[in-house]
Design a protein around this ligand. Structure first.
Ligand code: PLP
Length: 428
């Protein structure tokens, strides 16, 4: 994708004048931190809705459905917000299905179920609730699906998740579209599998799906992958197997570094590449964006506990840690860090670290930041995707609270865990 020049702040966090305090819309981050404590996740519901609108707009000429990838951020309030705007969901577990049912049961007919290891119990529950489509990742899974469908006397709509063997430039842990990856079925085997199921009473060949990876910044690999599956869909249609959906997966990336990121333009380029690749396909296009809808809407707010020097290096120890946001430790990911109260003074290179007993527990290394003191607050930006969703209780740390800001109003959507919550499920 070409570099975007307009200086548009792609984040919903900004310094309000006067006072130089970080705000999310009209809501003061410092006030939220005082009220709910830190570490604290803050999300802009307005930006999430705006991002969904960018997809709706870019694909408005086509029969399509945006199925938000729940795993990026599975907060019930966010699922409800998106379902209310017409979104469907891409789930990867029975647990995520229960989250959709708990927040927006009316949207269950807009759910696609992905994942390489679905269990019989998960399949049964999804059949019973009437999801839109199973994205099947192996022949063994398709057999299991047929067996469960027969048992439940419910016809199962499936799409084969094919592996288009397209390379997408991203971190190796989140690249999924090559033959060497565990995901999907070799696209060369797919036609035979569709033919075999054509007469099945319990399986309906409903669509074809792919997902080539995450945090992909160029539109080109999406176009290449969709072109391969739409060619296959045309071939199958010629044989009398008319698929109703092409699922182009998720994976559209954001810019974690720059403020000037034109999100709408990115979606338009992505849409253009997919449109071109779809050719004359007349069915429904499914899209599974996760990160793109929620990442930049969220920040993780942390308090500075200590500033310590060991001769060469300065460490800013904050009260958030890798258990709250693991992306830097897991993917060497970059998150911008900004002070909640803008500070003057010369920036110097520091490491921003958490209290967890792991050298990998850092948020930034040799990052130039204006001087910070104990008691200050900082915000880690672009933390709305794969932040809270990947959090854990490592080091017996209760998980953070979450706040959603919508049209100038903030509300707590998840209270901070207590030690009593953690201990309740254990016995000695
Ligand atoms: C993770 C995942 C997505 C979402 O990926 P993003 O990079 O967050 O857009 C979509 N579809 C499937 C099958 C996934 O596994």
């Amino acid at each position: 994708m070409r570099k975007i020049s307009p200086a548009r702040n792609s984040r919903p966090f900004d310094y309000a004048q006067p006072g130089d305090r970080l705000h999310c819309g009209k809501v003061s981050i410092a006030a939220l931190a005082r009220r709910h404590g830190t570490p604290l996740y803050v999300y802009s519901g307005d930006q999430i809705v705006e991002r969904l609108g960018m997809f709706e707009n870019a694909f408005r000429g086509r029969n399509h459905l945006v199925c938000y990838a729940v795993k990026a951020n599975s907060a019930l309030a966010i699922l409800k917000l998106l379902a209310g705007r017409g979104a469907g969901f891409d789930i990867v577990s029975g647990g995520e299905l229960e989250r959709v049912l708990a927040s927006a049961p009316e949207a269950v007919g807009r759910v696609v179920f992905s994942g390489v290891g679905k269990t019989a119990a998960e399949i049964d529950r999804a059949l019973e609730t009437g999801i839109l489509q199973f994205n099947v990742e192996s022949e063994a899974e398709l057999e299991l699906l047929a067996a469960r469908a027969r048992r439940m006397k419910r016809r199962a709509r499936f799409a084969l998740r094919v592996n288009p063997d397209v390379f997408a430039e991203t971190h190796p842990y989140i690249s999924t579209g090559l033959r060497e990856h565990k995901f999907g079925i070799d696209i060369r085997r797919a036609p035979e599998i569709y033919r075999r199921t054509a007469r099945s009473k319990w399986l309906e060949a409903h669509g074809i799906s792919l997902h080539i990876g995450s945090q992909i910044r160029s539109a080109q690999p999406f176009g290449a992958a969709v072109e391969r599956v739409s060619r296959l869909a045309r071939q199958l249609a010629g044989e009398g197997i008319a698929l109703k959906t092409i699922d182009a997966g998720g994976g559209l990336g954001i810019d974690y570094h720059s403020r000037a990121f034109d999100a709408a333009e990115h979606v338009r380029e992505y849409a253009a590449a997919i449109e071109k690749a779809l050719g004359g396909f007349e069915g429904r296009l499914l899209l599974e964006p996760g990160r793109f809808l929620v990442a930049q809407a969220g920040a993780l707010v942390a308090g500075v506990l200590h500033v310590k020097s060991n001769g060469k290096k300065t460490f800013v120890v904050v009260d958030a840690a890798m258990n709250d946001l693991i992306r830097p430790a897991l993917y060497q990911a970059h998150h911008e860090i900004v002070p909640v109260r803008r500070r003057s003074g010369r920036a110097r290179a520091v490491d921003v670290v958490g209290p967890v007993c792991e050298t990998g527990d850092f948020f930034a290394r040799d990052r130039k930041l204006a001087p910070l003191e104990p008691g200050d607050l900082v915000a880690l930006l672009d933390a709305g995707a794969y932040g809270m969703a990947q959090s854990s209780n490592y080091n017996s740390r209760p998980r953070a609270a979450e706040v959603l800001v919508e049209s100038g109003k903030a509300r707590l959507i998840r209270r901070r865990e207590t030690m009593a919550d953690l201990l309740a499920v254990e016995s000695t």
